[in-house]
Design a protein around this ligand. Structure first.
Ligand code: ATP
Length: 355
């Protein structure tokens, strides 16, 4: 199966390295999200893939052919940028048909193709509408349809949904994902929004300071973050630090945890997802992996209930299903259980995962 391969792609601006040795294999038909904080190099990496930025080092291969120096217009990639770059004086249909016109496709075929693309992005019959009279979400769809007009090998989108309000944005995330599934086209989206990446991607590529920190399916990035940066950036987790006191034993504020995968000595950092933390009445016998705490805050989130528990001066967040909600009120004592299987031991800073 064909694939897009990034082999040590690097971009330097003078002495500053914006992207450092990015290597990644993207199988055909995958939906990839490049995710990371502002300035981490995701746009630069995307622009190198698009051919808009020349790499300072490394190679880019598609279907085993080297396209590192192939100009952007010869790569057969479709692109959508945050600005959309639609022609405001043209209709939706004319915008979509524009790349076909440049390629010399006859007018009747252009019209037919534009109509079918309008249907694809759920804007049937809107072809004659000037883009200036379309809503933000509709413009977004026109830009997507235009980028797909030439049936590109690769579909690239840079923060395509960031200008939309929260509700429309969520709807478009699902729509974009469904469209990509239907077409089976390899798609790369740049985003700084964790939820967006987890919602849409088959493969989440987390970047920081010009480097790929983890490339994995969303649930793996969520459950098994490769390092402290990924755990913290994806968020929604408890980070616990402690000292290894004996093999498989970690002393943390408020008690001791028994778990596998600890270093032999020194300090260790754990990521524990709130939905895996268990809460028991304070009368529950203590023991390994059980910490005593005080409930400081409860919040009903509808499908789940969030608890914040103070344990030896630090806060642990737990999420339970409403039906499993323990009968404890804020201010009351509670026993927190951290199951060994819920703990992900993170490599210390500067150390690669698995070392
Ligand atoms: P954002 O989410 O804010 O767009 P990003 O992750 O996409 O951020 P990039 O735009 O790729 O980040 O930029 C990565 C780094 O490279 C930044 O520190 C930026 O200032 C720097 N950079 C980007 N383009 C250039 C350039 N043409 N010359 C010099 N430095 C640049």
């Amino acid at each position: 199966m064909s694939a897009l391969v990034l082999d040590g792609l690097t971009k330097r601006y003078g002495s500053f390295t914006a992207v450092h040795g990015a290597s990644l294999r993207i199988p055909h038909g995958q939906f990839v999200c490049l995710l990371g904080p502002s300035g981490c190099g995701k746009t630069t990496l995307m622009r190198m893939i698009a051919g808009l930025e020349e790499p300072s080092g490394g190679r880019l291969l598609i279907d085993d052919g080297d396209i590192t120096t192939t100009p952007a217009h010869k790569r057969d990639f479709g692109m959508v940028f945050q600005s959309l770059a639609l022609f405001p004086h043209l209709t939706a249909g004319e915008n979509i048909a524009y790349p076909l016109r440049i390629r010399g496709v006859p007018a009747a075929e252009r019209r037919r193709k534009a109509e079918s693309l309008l249907e694809l992005v759920r804007l049937p019959g809107m072809g004659d509408r000037p883009v200036s009279r379309l809503s933000g979400g509709q413009r977004q769809r026109v830009a997507i349809a235009r980028a797909l007009a030439l049936e590109p090998k690769l579909f690239l989108l840079d923060e395509p949904l960031s200008a939309l309000d929260a509700k429309l944005r969520e709807a478009m995330q699902i729509e974009l994902k469904q469209l990509q599934r239907r077409l089976g086209i390899t798609t790369i989206v740049v985003t700084h929004d964790q939820r967006e990446a987890l919602t849409m991607a088959d493969l989440v590529v987390v970047m920081s300071e010009g480097q790929i920190r983890q490339a994995a399916p969303p649930m793996e990035v969520y459950r098994r973050p490769a390092d402290a940066f990924v755990a913290d950036f994806i968020g929604m987790t408890n980070l616990l630090e402690g000292d290894v006191t004996a093999p498989g034993r970690l002393s943390v504020p408020g008690g001791e945890l028994a778990l596998e995968g600890l270093p032999r000595q020194g300090r260790a950092l754990l990521s524990v997802r709130p939905e895996e933390v268990l809460l028991h009445p304070a009368t529950t016998p203590g023991g390994a992996n059980r910490l005593s705490g005080t409930l400081s805050f409860v919040r009903d989130l509808g499908a789940s209930v969030e608890f914040r528990i103070e344990v030896a001066g630090r806060e642990i967040v737990a999420l339970t299903r409403p039906q499993d909600r323990p009968a404890v009120e804020p201010g009351g004592a509670v026993t927190v259980e951290i199951p060994a299987g819920a703990c992900v031991v993170l490599p210390a800073e500067g150390q690669a995962a698995g070392e």
